[in-house]
Design a protein around this ligand. Structure first.
Ligand SMILES: Cc1ncc(COP(=O)(O)OP(=O)(O)O)c(N)n1
Ligand SMILES: Cc1ncsc1CCOP(=O)(O)O
Ligand SMILES: [Mg+2]
Length: 214
């Protein structure tokens, strides 16, 4: 299993997203993306499985973890590195019972209720958001804004679980989002729908690295 480095986490829909999804994934990783989530909410299980295999093959040997959104069965069948779960999916404890300790488990946080009962021994990453409104997830909860993100990131840190912010993040707001106290940025359209996904990833990564190096 490749460990999940949360600094710049690309969320991509290889089934109904960009015309050349594997090209986007390759360019984004060359630009500095550190983890990739395969999220295809309208896809069949078969399409999601095949898309995940494609992303895993594309990234083999590059040290970039591949996570499947929602579907534990697909993550396990494809031998992915992780699964990302939300309140409509299997609860993390149930998923861990099936998956064992090696699969990274992510959990969505839209407000303080979603942090109740989070077990740091089970959940390895919290996805907090949406921070801003986004067309990528029409059924998303109301945006947290930067103030809400700051409070939730503080609670995540107190639990000892790393967190990423998600929803409407781009290179223009990335510094403010990071300043709220998250460990990384989860980004979809600002990379996957950019005319040059590699350049978009590089611009985001520059903001992230500037924070790390001061
Ligand atoms: C990193 C990350 N954070 C949050 C989400 C949202 O997950 P969820 O609430 O289950 O919604 P869907 O993505 O399944 O529509 C995510 N996918 N990734
Ligand atoms: C999957 C998800 N969960 C909360 S917001 C969101 C969509 C993020 O996409 P974008 O980066 O295009 O706003
Ligand atoms: Mg989900």
């Amino acid at each position: 299993m490749t460990p999940l480095d949360p600094r710049l986490y690309l969320v991509v829909d290889p089934v109904h997203g960009p015309a050349d999804p594997l090209g986007v994934v390759r360019a984004a990783v060359e630009g500095g993306v550190t983890a990739v989530q395969v999220r295809a909410p309208r896809a069949t299980g078969l399409a999601l499985y095949e898309a995940t295999l494609g992303v895993l093959m594309t990234l083999r040997g590059r040290g970039v973890a591949v996570v499947v959104d929602d579907r534990l069965d697909v993550a396990l069948a494809a031998d992915a590195d992780g699964v990302h779960l939300g309140r409509h999916d299997l609860p993390p404890v149930a998923a861990a019972r099936v998956a064992g300790p090696d699969l990274a488990i992510g959990w969505s946080v839209t407000g303080p209720d979603d942090l109740e009962g989070v077990d740091p021994a089970v959940v390895g990453l919290l996805g907090i958001g949406p921070v801003f409104s986004t067309a990528t997830k029409p059924d998303a909860a109301p945006a947290t804004g930067l103030g809400g993100l700051r409070r939730l990131a503080g609670e995540a840190a107190a639990l000892g679980v790393p967190s990423v912010a998600i929803g409407g993040i781009d290179a223009g707001n990335a510094a403010d989002v990071l300043a709220a106290g998250v460990d990384g940025l989860a980004v979809s359209s600002a990379i996957a729908a950019a005319p040059d996904p590699g350049a978009a990833a590089r611009a985001l990564r520059a903001v992230i690295d500037r924070r790390v190096t001061g």
